[in-house]
Write a protein that binds this ligand. Structure first.
Ligand SMILES: Cc1cc2nc3c(=O)[nH]c(=O)nc-3n(C[C@H](O)[C@H](O)[C@H](O)COP(=O)(O)OP(=O)(O)OC[C@H]3O[C@@H](n4cnc5c(N)ncnc54)[C@H](O)[C@@H]3O)c2cc1C
Length: 382
């Protein structure tokens, strides 16, 4: 996601962008079928964290197709993947379950929130848009080393000629630590990142949510450590918000992570959801998907330069930056252009003005050298 939107932005500026991707399709390599299933939540902790998805909101319904991509490309990608992008086109009046949830003490309602039921299609659409603007993608090409030679970076790629570029952006998702280690640009990071395995589960939706007036998009339930949203086919999707009783599954190698949901996690998460929806049944066989987050120490992403010339990072997306994909390209553009033109972003962080909502975002918030973000919820909700 991050790589594609960045390439799309640079392509718009006429910059030539070669892209090496270890996967066979845009987005994290993994088992075929739907990948992570991200709601486009607007309710982030902290002003900056909330400002960026807020500004993305007008862009999100346009991902399919994104402005600038040929409609045919987008449709072709959709046909290949055989899925649909679902987004509410406009805010709707809350009714039924939604209205009752918002009335709970501490309840908050975001009537224009939505979700994408096929993140791979969204990633494919962004990649198609970037390719339309001249980015050159090479799939199934793993970058194995990165070295600086004079004023350019040289990426060695499995089974292919090396690629050279003056600027490199590490947007390797859960494999970002491995790419960071290739260049050794780690000493001045105060915030670490590491891969964490996670599961989200699918169950038949309870009857209350199937009622015609049950307009229901996403429920974040921090008391029970779950979030829920509708899934296609009359199902409910249940995810977790790292409650203290659940062990965190830090892993060394994302490629070796178990891609299947487990009985223990399934029963724990779905049982929590059933405490809110007593009609919900807990099937015997776990259903859902497993994925890997690239978690930063404070669950806030790092969008920054590094100590090495021309080497940038868009990492630590902490399971909550899918919704921000359209804006990440612009933030990285702003940082790269300033730094490459001699600005000291570490000493005097550049700012970004959100084009839609007009918020001023201090990009030092995403610095690799920041103090841990104390406004973060310390969970996937950011
Ligand atoms: C289960 C789950 C649920 C989630 N739910 C939400 C949600 O509700 N809301 C939300 O906003 N976000 C959510 N996310 C997070 C969101 O999916 C990520 O923030 C987003 O996908 C990160 O995008 P990315 O481009 O940084 O990384 P990725 O999409 O992982 O892309 C990284 C790319 O780098 C490539 N790569 C890695 N190493 C190499 C190498 N050495 N050489 C070449 N290519 C390489 C990979 O092939 C991949 O294509 C969820 C994630 C998971 C796993």
């Amino acid at each position: 996601m991050t790589g594609s939107i960045h390439e799309w932005r640079r392509g718009r500026l006429g910059v030539e962008v070669p892209v090496g991707d270890a996967g066979g399709v845009p987005g994290s390599p993994g088992p075929p079928g739907p990948g992570p299933v991200p709601p486009l939540r607007q309710g982030h902790a902290g002003r900056t964290a909330a400002a960026t998805p807020e500004d993305d909101r007008p862009l999100q319904p346009r991902w399919c197709p994104l402005r600038g991509v040929g409609h045919r490309d987008a449709r072709a990608a959709g046909a290949r993947l055989g899925h649909r992008l679902v987004l509410p086109a406009q805010a709707r009046a809350p009714r039924g379950v939604l209205r009752r949830s918002a009335r709970q003490p501490g309840g908050r309602l975001h009537p224009d929130a939505g979700y994408v039921n096929d993140p791979r299609l969204a990633a494919a659409n962004l990649a198609a848009a970037a390719a339309h603007r001249g980015a050159r993608f090479a799939f199934r090409q793993r970058v194995t080393s990165l070295t600086r030679a004079g004023t350019v970076w040289r990426a060695t790629i499995d089974g292919r000629d090396p690629v050279e570029a003056p600027v490199v952006v590490n947007a390797a998702g859960p494999r970002s630590s491995a790419v960071k280690r290739m260049v050794g640009a780690t000493d001045d990071f105060t915030i670490g990142v590491a891969p964490m395995r996670q599961e989200v589960h699918h169950v038949p939706a309870p009857s209350q949510l199937l009622a015609p007036d049950a307009e229901f998009f996403v429920i974040s339930d921090m008391d029970l450590g779950t979030y829920m949203r509708p899934e296609t086919g009359g199902n409910l999707l249940v995810g977790g918000t790292e409650p203290e009783c659940d062990p965190l599954e830090w892993i060394e190698d994302p490629d070796a992570a178990n891609p299947h949901p487990t009985v223990a996690r399934f029963e724990a998460q779905v049982t929590r959801a059933a405490r809110r929806f007593p009609d919900l049944t807990v099937p015997n066989r776990p259903q859902g998907v497993a994925g890997v987050y690239d978690v930063a120490d404070d669950w806030t992403p790092i969008y920054d330069k590094t100590a090495l010339p021309g080497f940038y990072v868009a990492i630590g997306t902490s399971g909550n930056q899918f919704k921000n994909a359209p804006i990440i390209g612009s933030l990285m553009d702003r940082i790269i252009d300033s730094v490459e033109n001699g600005h000291d972003h570490d000493a005097d962080p550049v700012h970004y003005t959100c084009p839609h909502a007009g918020h001023d975002v201090d990009l030092g918030t995403f610095s690799r050298k920041r103090e841990a973000n104390t406004e973060s919820s310390g969970t996937v909700l950011g």
